[in-house]
Write a protein that binds this ligand. Sequence first.
Ligand code: DOR
Ligand code: ZN
Ligand code: ZN
Length: 424
Amino acid sequence: MKTLICGGRIIDPAQNMDEIGDILIEDGKIAQIAPKIIEEADQTINAEGHVVMPGFIDLHVHLREPGFEYKETIRTGAMAAARGGVTTICPMPNTRPVIDSPDRVKDLLERAKDAAVHILPIGAVTIGQEGNELADIAGMKETGAVALSEDGKSVMDSLVFRHALKEAAKNKIPMFSHCEDKALVDGGVMNAGAKAEELGLPGITNAVEDVIVARDILMAKETGCRLHLCHCSTADSVLLIEMAKQQGLPVTGEVCPHHFILTSDDIKCDDPNYKMNPPLRTKKDVDALIRGLKNGSFKVISTDHAPHAVPEKTGSIRNAAFGIVGIETSFALSYTALVETGILTISQLIEKMSWNPAQILGSDRGTLQKGHPADIVIADIDHEYKIDKNEFASKGRNTPFDGWKVKGKILYTICDGKIVYQNA
Ligand code: DOR
Ligand code: ZN
Ligand code: ZN
């Protein structure tokens, strides 16, 4: 099966490429990439006037299966990914049961076999994510887990965490840290400060995140483990990553669109669609996140796509579930907020959504080089549209961005050479 993509603006950060050209896909791989390809194909896609990029890789997604299929299934989550131009997703292990053993990893991969996009599981650090007994890290890596994470919380016992980091380092699997000091949360449900006081809601201070970011960086230094800091939201977490970078430590960070676009001042009323963990912070924090995106401290933009059902996101922020969906809006929001404004070049944005996450996973995806898997996304970056949560493929409708006008429409998502989403 041969597919020819013609006349698009091909942007592949890994090859420093931004030029008009053609791509020939054969047997699921990039067979040729050149200014002009003359070749009979079974299928031709006219990409004139559009950008052709490596498929996005989202390192931080919640699929909810097994156990919470009413929120999302592997099938609906993967379809949502395809709709967002995302060809690889890494689901977090906080399902029921928790993905904390080789058998659970195997079961997840079995369930994911027919999903629209590639699914690379993340294994839990401890049994049941309870923070006490280490999971079988070597076994999970062997069965196909690509990272470890206790996402939803931190491993609060530093000695247990040290053992985990050593075991992870030994098995060459990265640690993805959700940074949150459990005791310091103290019942908080949104960012601590004037807005929380105005709404009469208990606050989450920056230190809740920062003390664990600092601890985890220092412990990565001690153990040599590859550390990836999830959904950074504070000014000091940027400073700490900058420090880690200066010291040449094996530390990377990710940031999510909601954290670099919104502040707690955008919470106009007690609306659970603005509730997530970590919470929306202040303008000062957002400015620092933007600095981190510009200076390369944040190598990755992920979504923390966290679907919840309507009743769980109704009523007051006080009682609602933490988390918002994001995988279907990530590219357009990021393009609009970062590229249209001149903060990043489009190539820098694509790098943070494809090539850099691929490097963290040690994957051969995230680039359009000849011989690599044909995971490709084609978008119309000039097409402005309104985000409509009712069009989501995800079961989740919990987004604060419903009705927002954005640029960057995904036209095709291609996974191993197969069109898995089309809106042309
Ligand atoms: O907002 C969040 N939702 N943060 C997390 O850490 C977990 C996630 C979820 O699983 O819903
Ligand atoms: Zn988290
Ligand atoms: Zn998460």
